[in-house]
Design a protein around this ligand. Structure first.
Ligand code: ZN
Length: 210
């Protein structure tokens, strides 16, 4: 999901409610032992973006390297979240790097096999997507979520998130199920994007030979 610098006042009390310092430290250690490489982000029309990703069963070096590459790819693209399918790996792994209101620090998190267990509220907000360049629109999603996932070592984790973090996580989990933000729009809103979407599809037809 693309970066947004705007926060509503109520976001101040939302965000990461678990202590994720350990995970951040772990990522730093990982980054020191492996030189991550940016990967190509697939764009609309590429068939992989519509694939339902497979659960991760092996928590190995390949998974940690993929996560490190995804963090780098997301940061270089000025994104706030990235799903594995966007870099052509159809496994249930996502990364987020969400800025915090009134803070320089971002919440950085890698989530494997994420499942949304509970939701609350409803919030409409403008979304964009690294895989659908130049298009944005308002999407309504739950404002708060309870998420179960595994970290990069396979340890079970629970996270309660609100505001932008909750939104980005939902956007990325959609990707893992082959769902894009434009699927949430009304047919009328989507029709307005038709020309641009067709353009993106044409570019991919050349790349994939479809
Ligand atoms: Zn996206």
């Amino acid at each position: 999901m693309r970066e947004e610098r705007f926060f509503r006042p109520q976001d101040k009390k939302s965000g990461l409610q678990n202590d994720k310092k350990m995970e951040r430290t772990r990522f730093c250690e990982l980054a020191m032992s492996y030189q991550p490489q940016a990967r190509k982000i697939l764009t609309y029309g590429h068939p992989t973006l519509r694939v339902k990703c497979e659960p991760v069963r092996e928590f190995n070096e390949d998974l940690r390297r993929l996560a490190a590459d995804m963090f780098l790819t997301m940061t270089q693209s000025e994104g706030v979240g990235l799903a594995a399918s966007q870099v052509d790996r159809t496994i249930m792994l996502l990364v987020v790097g969400v800025p915090q209101p009134e803070s320089e620090e971002r919440i950085r998190l890698a989530a494997v096999n994420p499942i949304i267990e509970e939701t609350r509220g409803s919030w409409e907000y403008e979304e964009g997507c690294l895989s659908i360049p130049e298009l944005r629109d308002m999407v309504t999603r739950p404002e708060w979520i309870k998420l179960r996932y595994q970290d990069l070592d396979g340890a079970p984790q629970v996270l309660e998130a609100g505001g932008m973090l909750a939104r980005v996580l939902q956007h990325e989990i959609d990707h893992l199920n082959g769902v894009l933000f434009i699927d949430h729009l009304s047919p009328v809103r989507r029709a307005l994007m038709k020309q641009k979407l067709k353009e993106l599809e044409r570019q991919n037809a050349g790349v994939c030979g479809l």
